[in-house]
Design a binder for this molecule. Structure first.
Ligand code: AMP
Length: 510
């Protein structure tokens, strides 16, 4: 497959693709589109950033465009299920982009906002619904949407749906679908539970597998800066103020920390917006739009809120805090270096984070170079400390350029104690607290996502966990305080959004 013309898509789609300046189909598109156009089921193993949205959106639009039917009230012809609101919005933006020369309508259906405009859109009639599972079920139960006329069903990011506890909802939705339909499933991994559901739901699917994101991160220039926790905000300012053309996403572990960092940057004259699960959906969308449209150059995000982010031209990703799940690192840094562009990923590493860093390096199968110029010496963790999730013995603290000069984090620093005494007892206590906190937060994240994709209820549970565990990592003040935002074992954030606009529910594709 060399060009889009060989895919035999209808002319309005070809024109839209040309308008987007897409020249060659990505591997997932080249493998999926011809099969999907023949109305076969597809099981795609692909990460976000691979062009997967167009792989399912183009065949759907092609089919509906050929049929040229008017939409029916409450009865869509195609349904796309996505795990998060942000992802749903971006998929909606893709449908709008690719379908701009067609007279088709789509509606977005997701929780966390008033349902009225969504209901009105469904009553007017749409060809395609893009939904998160909780709100969709809600509207189905209220009789605002019926799926008996559905012809194409897409399950996007099935593995994340599973992680977020959506499978029971999805099974309920699937029970309402007509038996005769086309199903297109996409997942980054094929966990046994995913295989089980796909075996049941797909009929003779064509399996498509493309390069996982873990391999593609190698094109991103990565570096680690060893820094004391107290020194992080100053260092961040220094990095972000170094270049005028910089557009950065800064990842923090907690919502409190995201707010703190964004406020601090704004006070220091660097325009930043925070996006996390405590913000309303509208506030989250406003922050994303401000960043997308370059009104602010810096977006400070937690992992939960960052799901679904696909913005072109992000030059830097800064991990103000390392993620606790190594997979999240890959997803975070994948926000830069999109579509072959160059990107820089900088990770701050403080004493006690080295276990997390090792786990990341193991996952991506490469050692991330230390920026010697900006790094400071970190205290030695002590001989038998088992810090970090991995339970592996960490390497010692880093070395200052003044005192050492090599690149490695290995070898021990002569400084004992310092900013964080990392004696083995304290290390064990902190690790225990941290594990307890992760368990609490995993439970609350699952709850929150089930009640409307990181809605407030889940977060109040997280607040409780702050009180309970406060002090483990300076829980109540400064950028390191607060509870980690919902962290049900998550994989990547994502996606789509060239020309993505702020839209909250329905739009006409023309
Ligand atoms: P996705 O994986 O669907 O989120 O797509 C990731 C990014 O790749 C989006 O910004 C798309 O606009 C872009 N993209 C998708 N397909 C192509 C293509 N064939 N050529 C160039 N860019 C593409």
């Amino acid at each position: 497959m060399k060009t889009f013309t060989e895919l035999n898509l209808i002319e309005p789609l070809q024109r839209a693709i040309a308008g987007e300046n897409y020249k060659i189909p990505t591997p997932i598109q080249a493998q999926t589109i011809p099969v999907a156009l023949k109305r076969q089921d597809v099981l795609g193993c692909a990460q976000t950033g691979t062009g997967k949205t167009a792989a399912f959106a183009l065949p759907i639009l092609n089919r509906l465009g050929l049929q040229n039917r008017s939409a029916k009230a409450k009865r869509p012809f195609a349904l796309v299920l996505a795990p998060t609101r942000e992802l749903a919005v971006q998929i909606g933006a893709s449908f709008e982009t690719y379908g701009k020369h067609l007279k088709l309508r789509h509606a977005l259906v997701y929780g966390g906002v008033n349902q009225n405009s969504q209901v009105r859109a469904l009553q007017r009639g749409v060809h395609v619904v893009i939904a998160t599972p909780g709100r969709l079920l809600d509207l189905m139960n209220q009789g605002f949407i019926q799926l008996d006329k559905l012809e194409v069903f897409v399950l996007d990011e099935a593995d994340r749906m599973l992680d977020m506890g959506f499978m029971p909802d999805i099974k309920r939705i699937i029970r309402e679908l007509p038996a005769k339909r086309q199903s297109l499933f996409f997942s980054a991994t094929m966990a046994p539970a995913i295989v089980e559901i796909t075996d049941k739901l797909l009929v003779d699917p064509v399996k498509v597998d493309v390069t996982p994101e873990t391999r593609s991160v190698k094109k991103i220039k990565q570096q680690v800066i060893l820094v004391s926790r107290k020194g992080k905000t100053e260092l961040l300012h220094k990095i972000l103020s170094a270049r005028d053309d910089l557009r950065a996403i800064v990842f923090t572990k907690t919502k409190r920390s995201a707010n703190f960092v964004a406020e601090r940057l704004n006070r220091e004259g660097l325009k930043a917006a925070a996006i996390h699960g405590n913000k309303s959906q509208n506030a989250r969308q406003r922050a994303l739009d401000a960043f997308r449209n370059q009104f602010v150059k810096i977006l400070v995000a937690t992992d939960v809120a960052a799901r679904g982010i696909d913005i072109e031209g992000v030059t830097h990703v800064v991990n103000f805090d390392l993620p606790m799940e190594p997979e999240a690192y890959v997803h975070r840094i994948g926000r830069t270096g999109r579509a072959g562009a160059k990107g820089v990923a900088i990770s701050f590493c403080s004493a006690g984070d080295q276990g997390d860093l090792k786990a990341i390096e193991k996952l991506i199968d490469q050692e991330i170079p230390v920026n010697q110029e900006l790094s400071v010496a970190l205290p030695s963790p002590g001989p038998k400390t088992t810090r970090g999730r991995t339970g592996r013995k960490p390497s010692s603290g880093g070395r200052s350029k003044a005192s050492q000069g090599g690149r490695s984090r290995k070898g021990s620093s002569s400084r004992a104690g310092g900013e964080e005494a990392a004696g083995s007892e304290k290390g064990k206590r902190t690790t225990k607290r941290r594990r307890r906190r992760v368990r609490t937060e995993k439970a609350s994240a699952v709850k929150s996502s089930r009640s409307g994709e990181s809605s407030r209820s889940g977060e109040s549970a997280q607040k409780k966990s702050v009180k309970k565990t406060g002090g483990g990592r300076r829980a109540s003040s400064g950028p390191e305080g607060g509870a980690t935002e919902g962290s049900a074992k998550r994989r990547r954030p994502q996606r789509k959004g060239k020309n993505a606009r702020s839209r909250t529910n329905t739009s006409r594709s023309e």
